[in-house]
Design a protein around this ligand. Structure first.
Ligand code: PFF
Length: 502
């Protein structure tokens, strides 16, 4: 490989990092997490997680990417011999995530279309699960491919493929430069409408009224950390990959703070709009806010269509804006998710970008088909739960242990980023990476494990949890170790100066 691809401008890199961070998680996950975990008082664990783990790990990953200039597995291998598996693992996790993330985008795309004529009718729940998803009675009934879902999935993959095929500057950077500003305009209109509707104040009161007693509950802290990790796209290999495309001189400290704060600002802003609109629906239906509030597909595809139908005017336009915002936010995240794998296999097999993009997107598209079946929503729910419970946080924990305790490079990393940044990071960063974050993440991983064994997730049958949940998560780890071992084998001949076929 000759020279490494690079971002065209500094803004291009920051926008791409923000584009990866801002996604479905900001719009349909954060508002409910905030509401459910104590409203205003949740901001305490949330900001604690952001400033002790979120931004510090973001900085750490920007450093790894920039310092070693390689895809995640090889950047980690150069950082510490024998650790490339810790780069392959998140690459596999991203690959699994993007297979279903793309399907959710396809649903949002369909709902953009359904906005015309408010095709979901009065019973939005029956429309989603019955007419649209054709959800089967249980995960054991697969129910066959739903071609009306396969079609938008093809469209989503075509768009993602188009941008990653064209490369870093002409593809990924351009996508973000167009999509992020457009997204901001669209979401601003939706939020403004949301908070000015009758009943909105009640929704906002429910969202923000603090409940300090919740701070004593460890699950609330776990929720804060999980939200920060998923939402900021840290410990997924994305930020290492994106930073590896930076030019030699780059203001890493500033970029990390801008990315972290922009992401949090966006999700808080979105939460106001979402709960304003929920307050409005409760007002129209004479219901309680707590009975209307929800998250995930239930929020986006059951509650929101209802809200859109009830709006006093311009219903179709707001439908297109809301679902369009989901699509745009998700596309830039999906692009980052596949790019982790693309960059990694390009380096592993010395493939061209075009070849790597075709193979990775092609394989991920085939994987997406699983979720377009009648049982798709069950499979999505199970895989998502496990891959998140044992993907992100665990990788984050291992990363901080590696840098803080194994290779002991926190001081070196900080000195490196400080020399090229406008403002310097103090030794608080080392303290977070070496002590605070490993302790908190370690405790959380244990708590998560205990919970998993105590109660089967959502009461799904054990076979489904073991194969789709634990099985997929374990498979991701096994494949990572296999790649790692084959990397190690391929390294030897090079170090002995011998040539050997792949
Ligand atoms: N941050 C994205 C969201 O909030 O929806 C999701 C995501 C993208 C997670 C990329 C992880 C990742 F590597």
């Amino acid at each position: 490989m000759s020279t490494r691809e690079q971002w065209g401008t500094r803004a291009g890199f920051v926008l791409a990092a923000i584009g990866s961070a801002i996604g479905l998680g900001n719009i349909w996950r954060y508002p409910y997490v905030l509401y459910e975990n104590g409203g205003g008082s949740f901001l305490i664990p949330y900001f604690f997680a952001l400033f002790t783990a979120g931004i510090p790990i973001l900085l750490l990953e920007f450093w790894i990417g920039h310092r070693y200039r390689k895809a995640a597995p090889y950047a980690l291998r150069d950082l510490a011999r024998g650790w490339s598996w810790l780069g392959w693992w998140p690459a596999m996790v991203c690959f699994v995530i993007v297979t279903y993330y793309a399907v959710v985008l396809a649903w949002a795309l369909s709902y953009m279309y359904f906005s015309f004529g408010l095709q979901w009718g009065d019973d939005t729940k029956a429309f989603l699960y019955g007419n649209f998803l054709k959800l089967t009675d249980s995960p054991s009934v697969v129910g066959g491919l739903q071609w009306h879902i396969v079609l938008p999935v093809v469209i989503v993959w075509a768009i993602v493929f188009f941008y990653v095929y064209r490369g870093v500057r002409k593809g990924i950077e351009r996508a973000n430069k167009v999509m992020i500003p457009l997204l901001l305009v669209m979401i601003a209109i939706v939020v403004f409408r949301g908070v000015t509707l009758p009943g909105a104040v009640d929704g906002l009161n429910h969202l923000l009224t603090p409940d300090f007693s919740k701070l004593a509950n460890p699950q609330v802290w776990i929720a804060a950390y999980s939200q920060v990790f998923f939402s900021l796209s840290i410990a997924f290999g994305v930020m290492i990959t994106y930073a590896s495309y930076l030019p030699k001189r780059a203001d890493i400290n500033n970029s990390a703070f801008i990315t972290g704060l922009a992401n949090s600002g966006f999700e808080f802003f979105a939460a106001l709009g979402v709960f304003g609109a929920i307050g409005f629906l409760a007002h129209v239906q004479g219901a309680d806010v707590k009975d209307v509030a929800s998250a995930g597909p239930g929020l986006a595809f059951v509650v929101f269509p209802k809200i859109i139908s009830e709006l006093p005017a311009l219903n179709e336009l707001f439908g297109v804006l809301f679902f369009g915002a989901l699509v745009l936010a998700g596309l830039t995240s999906a692009i980052s998710l596949v790019e982790v794998s693309i960059a990694a296999v390009m380096e592993k097999f010395s493939w061209s970008r075009q070849k790597a993009a075709s193979i990775v997107c092609g394989a991920a598209f085939v994987g997406s088909l699983v979720y377009t079946t009648g049982g798709g929503l069950y499979y999505l729910d199970i895989v998502d739960h496990f891959i998140n419970a044992f993907g992100g946080l665990l990788v984050g924990l291992l990363e901080v242990i590696l840098v803080g305790w194994v290779v002991k490079k926190t001081a070196e990393a900080r000195a490196y980023t400080n020399t090229m940044s406008d403002f310097a990071i103090g030794s608080w960063w080392d303290f977070c990476v070496r002590y605070v974050t490993p302790i908190v993440l370690g405790a959380m991983t244990l708590l998560n494990l205990v919970k998993e064994f105590r109660e089967p997730y959502e009461g799904y049958p054990l076979w489904a949890l073991l194969t789709l949940g634990a099985g997929v998560a374990a498979a991701a780890l096994i494949v990572s170790v296999a790649f790692h071992l084959s990397d190690a084998r391929n390294l030897k001949p090079v170090s002995h100066g011998k040539q050997e076929g792949m």
